[in-house]
Write a protein that binds this ligand. Structure first.
Ligand SMILES: C[S@@+](CC[C@H](N)C(=O)[O-])C[C@H]1O[C@@H](n2cnc3c(N)ncnc32)[C@H](O)[C@@H]1O
Length: 306
């Protein structure tokens, strides 16, 4: 199984062993409508894949990985690490940076990361969106807090430095992802789900829908991110897919930490002849952390119409 090179919040990598067997066989085009980290589309068996997300940065980054040769991607990453004197523990070890693994590399990297971030934001302001810009973005994500992506309202990347660097695991994840995305027959679209043209789809296509969850929070859900209106519009969109005899699967949580998604629950009960919710076990592959896992109380489901 290939893991996203982005440590994407809400990524479905851990749930893949439960989700993938529930997908239909013989998918022609697989639509990953809210692709995020691409964890699902990259691992699905289908003739082709359409990755869609409203976040243009993501799609342009994946497009760079698909179209720029892998050697250049890695060369540029190491050039940027060198130029900004960021840490590379996999090459030099922790002692070289006078840091300990337990405390991380934040202290060493802080100023260097801020310089990179400033230069990146400057390039962004100049509208210089070439492949190099997206490789720079990837390096920023790797060295940023929790590997997250966040831009402020002025369009500046604004996360602080994180604890880790471009370690062996990240290098491997990126390498595997690039190999797979290059061989996959795929394309990238950057649309709000409401704008996605369902008329292009045929009955052997399949739409996977993994929106931000209404009752939980994530970075992309900040600043009024995902609203009740979005939730209702999405359910209308799914009804439309069903009317067109297009198969879909929706990931979501029905209940989490004392909250309930009543909109979704009502929709399910109104359509119980058509759709079914299958319970997933979020802790399935995460059992060591069961006691600490804050999501233990979440009722994670896959809702399908086939
Ligand atoms: C839960 S994440 C998807 C995670 C992904 N399935 C994975 O495994 O990596 C939800 C995604 O929905 C995207 N999104 C939010 N609002 C959207 C909209 N109106 N239309 C399309 N995508 C949207 C966010 O940018 C985010 O990447």
């Amino acid at each position: 199984m290939i893991q996203s090179p982005l440590n994407y919040t809400g990524g479905k990598f851990k749930l893949l062993p439960q989700i993938l067997p529930l997908f239909p066989n013989n998918i022609n085009t697989f639509v990953d409508l809210f692709c995020g980290g691409c964890n699902v589309g990259i691992n699905v068996e289908s003739k082709s894949v359409i990755y869609n997300d409203v976040d243009e940065n993501l799609l342009c980054l994946y497009n760079t990985f698909k179209n720029l040769d892998k050697r250049s991607v890695f060369e540029w990453i190491y050039d940027i690490i060198d130029e900004y004197e960021l840490s590379l523990v996999s090459k030099n070890g922790y002692d070289y940076y006078k840091c300990e693994s337990s405390k991380g590399l934040g202290i060493y990297n802080k100023e260097k990361f801020l310089k990179l971030r400033t230069d990146f934001n400057e390039k962004k302001r100049r509208g210089n969106y070439d492949y190099y810009y997206y490789v720079m973005l990837y390096v920023i994500i790797v060295y940023a807090f929790n590997n997250q992506i966040r831009f402020n309202s002025n369009g500046d990347f604004n996360l602080p430095v994180g604890k880790r660097d471009f370690n062996k695991k990240m290098q491997q994840k990126l390498s595997d992802f690039i190999d797979k995305i290059k061989e996959q027959d795929c394309k990238f679209t950057c649309l709000d789900f409401r704008e996605f043209d369902v008329e292009i789809l045929e009955n052997d296509d399949f739409v996977y829908v993994d929106p931000p969850y209404l009752i939980t929070c994530a970075t992309y859900n900040e600043q009024g991110g995902w609203s009740e209106t979005d939730e209702r519009d999405l359910l209308t969109f799914l009804n439309k897919l069903h009317e067109k005899k297009l198969r879909f699967a929706l990931s979501n949580v029905l209940r989490s930490k004392g909250k309930e998604n009543t909109i979704l629950l009502e929709w399910l009960s109104e359509n119980k002849e058509k759709y079914k919710a299958i319970n997933l076990d979020y802790n399935y592959s995460n059992s060591n952390y069961q006691t600490k896992d804050k999501t233990t109380n979440s009722e994670e489901v896959l809702i399908i119409n086939y």
